[in-house]
Design a protein around this ligand. Structure first.
Ligand code: HEM
Length: 133
């Protein structure tokens, strides 16, 4: 049941979700729009598969490079072996300029210049969680 709810929230009926925590306000619905660039490469759903890029279910707060069966770059293999967790802060730094943050990564994505876009997209991806990930 949780799996179904998570997928529905993430993919079908994401409401305009505004969360306020201290001085941080995020808009996950706006983040979903920002993620459209990544959607052509990364899948997020209950049945998401990793093809040329790893699926991104549960990408927030999970171990870097941990999708079984995906052939990561050496950079990601090392980060995984070191037990690196992609926290919200690390994710934001990664999204600002992936190639600078995780040197040697295969990801062909220039990054997001606007802090607002980074915050909102992470909030959206945090809703794309599937039980068991
Ligand atoms: C909004 C845009 C994007 C976001 C949020 C995003 C996010 C991510 C994240 C979080 C990872 C690490 C996954 C993990 O640790 O399991 C990753 C890896 C990767 N992404 Fe993206 N990505 C985006 C765009 C792209 C694009 C445009 C491409 C290809 C043209 C791409 C290709 C890849 C590849 C190949 C990897 C594996 C990296 C490696 O092994 O070095 N991504 N992406």
């Amino acid at each position: 049941m949780n799996r179904i709810l998570a997928a529905a929230t993430c993919l079908v009926t994401l409401p305009v979700l505004a969360m306020a925590a201290g001085d941080i306000t995020v808009d996950a619905a706006a983040g979903e729009k920002v993620f459209r660039t990544g959607k052509a490469y990364h899948q997020v759903s209950v049945d998401a598969e990793s093809r040329a890029s790893p699926r991104l279910n549960g990408a927030v707060d999970r171990a870097v490079g941990s999708i079984e069966g995906f052939s990561y770059s050496d950079a990601f293999v090392v980060l995984n072996a070191e037990g690196t967790i992609r926290s919200t802060e690390k994710f934001a730094a990664f999204l600002a300029k992936p190639k600078n943050f995780e040197k040697g990564t295969m990801i062909a994505f220039a990054g997001l210049r606007k802090k607002e876009d980074r915050k909102n997209m992470i909030a959206y991806l945090a809703t794309c969680w599937v039980e068991g990930m």
